[in-house]
Every structure is written in structure tokens, then in C-alpha cells.
Design a protein around this ligand. Structure first.
Ligand SMILES: C[S@@+](CC[C@H](N)C(=O)[O-])C[C@H]1O[C@@H](n2cnc3c(N)ncnc32)[C@H](O)[C@@H]1O
Length: 273
């Protein structure tokens, strides 16, 4: 069996990126509350960069608010969808496929950076946030949402807790390794931003209600996260045994024809000096 990809570029240009493309409507619906919070903080005319923009749902919402927005993401399949959606809808947004941690943005070319769960994946987060700071004018702002701990977000780990023991072993992960929960420790996040030169750092807990149709649950349960990455590597009989168990793990979150959970997040803001 092939090793499971570990670099973030492989990850987001492979199975995980394709899953986000396939499930983009479900995920955009699910995270609408976070999109709303990000958009409400912006004004018409601001030059905004959405970091780790994925398939661009939040970027387009920002562009509708401000008049224009730019999204950057390391995933070619996700950026292709974002570009196609902008073209099809006529929303004034542009998209760039690049590693945001290293890309040479024009200095001070943005008034605000935003991100919905797109900044927890940098190999060197201090260098990445220092690079991003240079893209923002003096006095410009940073605002992003990141996950608090896995324990506070049981929905997110329901499938892997239920069937993880039946899946091929995954590479061991340390808490600070790039990944979904790598910003769970607020003190660490504060340290990263301060070392990267950001000021006026605030890290507030925010619980956001998330909902999506129950009919999308099987696809969500079997395509996302470690389970989604492992299942394609199993044979048909193994998959057939695991898929119902993965879906059943979400039973506590099913409410009629909807799935509901709370996203336990950090709402992080900072200013460029
Ligand atoms: C959890 S997804 C969130 C996507 C999007 N913000 C949303 O809410 O739909 C994380 C995103 O970060 C992107 N990403 C990871 N590392 C990156 C990097 N170094 N530069 C740019 N994007 C990156 C991934 O490709 C992925 O699209």
C-alpha cells in the first residue's frame, strides 16, 4: 500500500483537495456563519486577500461586499473551481494558485487579510505570517478563524474515532504539526503572530452554529479527513464494512433531515504595524 501523502501541497492537490471540490456546496453551506462574520467586518472598497481560499466561496462573498477580492491557495484543483465560479457568476474576484507562506505579494497591496480555516497548514507559521504581513499596508488588518481543540470539536473527529482502528496506520502527528487543529493552543497562535510582527493581537473563542442536509452526510463522513484519505486505499469489501460505521458515528448530530453541530473556533484579529 502506498504511503499516505504528508506534505501539505500533496495533501491539498490530492485526495483532500478533491474532496473539498466535490463537497464544496455542502462545506460552504456548513460554514456560512463564519463567512458572514468575516464579511461583516469589511467595508466597500477594501482590498482583501483571502488566504487558503480553497474553492473560493468566502472570497466571492467578500467580493460582493467590498467590490473586489483576491484569493490565494496552494491547491490547483480548488483554485480552478474558484476561478470557474467567479467567471460563471461575474463576481469580481481573482484567484492565484500559490503557497501563501512564500509567495512574493506586492508590498502593502492589501488593506485586509481574511481566512476561513486556511492558515493552519504552514510548515513555518512565523515565516508565513511575516510574509503575509508584508502584503498588508501599515494599519491593515488580519482576521481568521481557526479550530480550537479536537476535544471541543467532537463532530470533526467522529468518523476517525469510530473507524480509525480499522484503517491503515497514519503517520504520527504532533500537536504543532501543520493541520486542522494546529492552532488549538491560543498562546501558541499569539506567539506566532507576535514573532511575525503583527500587533494588537486578539484571540477570542467563538462558537458558530453549523448545519447541512442529512442527505449529504454519507459523502461527508466518507470523504473528509483521515477517513476520507484512507478509504480509497481499501478494497471494496473493507470499504463496505467501514462506510456505515463512519456514517453512524454522526448519529448524535442528526436532527431530522439536517445535521447540526457547533464549530468551536478562535476568532483571531491583528493589525500590521
Ligand atoms: C480547510 S481548507 C479551507 C478552504 C477555504 N478557506 C474554505 O473555508 O472553504 C484549507 C485550505 O488551505 C489551503 N492551504 C494550505 N496550505 C496553504 C499554503 N501554504 N498556501 C495557500 N493555501 C494553503 C488548502 O489548499 C485549503 O484549500
Amino acid at each position: 500500500m502506498d504511503a499516505i501523502p504528508v506534505s501539505q501541497s500533496e495533501h491539498w492537490n490530492g485526495t483532500s483537495g478533491n474532496a473539498w471540490v466535490d463537497l464544496r456546496e455542502t462545506l460552504d453551506d456548513m460554514f456560512r456563519g463564519i463567512e458572514t462574520l468575516l464579511v461583516e467586518g469589511l467595508d466597500t472598497g477594501q482590498r482583501v486577500l483571502d488566504v487558503g481560499c480553497g474553492t473560493g466561496g468566502a472570497t466571492l462573498a467578500v467580493a460582493r461586499r467590498t467590490g473586489h477580492a483576491t484569493g490565494v491557495d496552494i491547491s490547483a484543483p480548488m483554485i480552478a473551481v474558484a476561478q470557474a465560479t467567479a467567471a460563471a457568476t461575474g463576481v469580481p474576484a481573482q484567484f492565484l494558485c500559490a503557497d501563501a507562506s512564500q509567495y512574493s505579494f506586492a508590498p502593502a497591496s492589501f488593506d485586509a487579510l481574511v481566512s476561513r480555516f486556511g492558515v493552519m497548514f504552514f510548515d513555518d507559521p512565523v515565516a508565513a505570517f511575516a510574509n503575509l504581513r508584508l502584503a498588508v499596508r501599515s494599519g491593515g488588518t488580519l482576521r481568521f478563524f481557526a479550530w480550537r481543540t479536537a476535544e471541543e470539536n467532537p463532530f470533526m473527529t467522529a468518523a476517525e474515532r469510530a473507524v480509525g482502528a480499522q484503517l491503515p496506520p497514519q503517520p504520527p502527528r504532533k500537536a504543532d504539526d501543520p493541520g486542522q487543529f494546529s492552532f488549538a493552543d491560543a498562546r501558541r497562535v499569539h506567539g506566532i503572530l507576535a514573532a511575525a510582527g503583527w500587533r494588537d493581537i486578539r484571540i477570542d473563542p467563538r462558537d458558530v452554529a453549523c448545519v447541512f442536509p442529512q442527505r449529504d452526510l454519507e459523502r461527508y463522513a466518507t470523504m473528509m479527513g483521515p477517513v476520507g484519505r484512507a478509504l480509497p486505499r481499501l478494497d471494496a469489501a473493507e470499504r463496505a464494512a467501514i462506510v456505515p460505521q463512519a456514517e453512524a458515528a454522526f448519529a448524535p448530530f442528526v436532527d431530522g433531515d439536517s445535521v447540526r453541530y457547533t464549530a468551536a473556533c478562535w476568532d483571531v484579529t491583528a493589525t500590521a504595524p
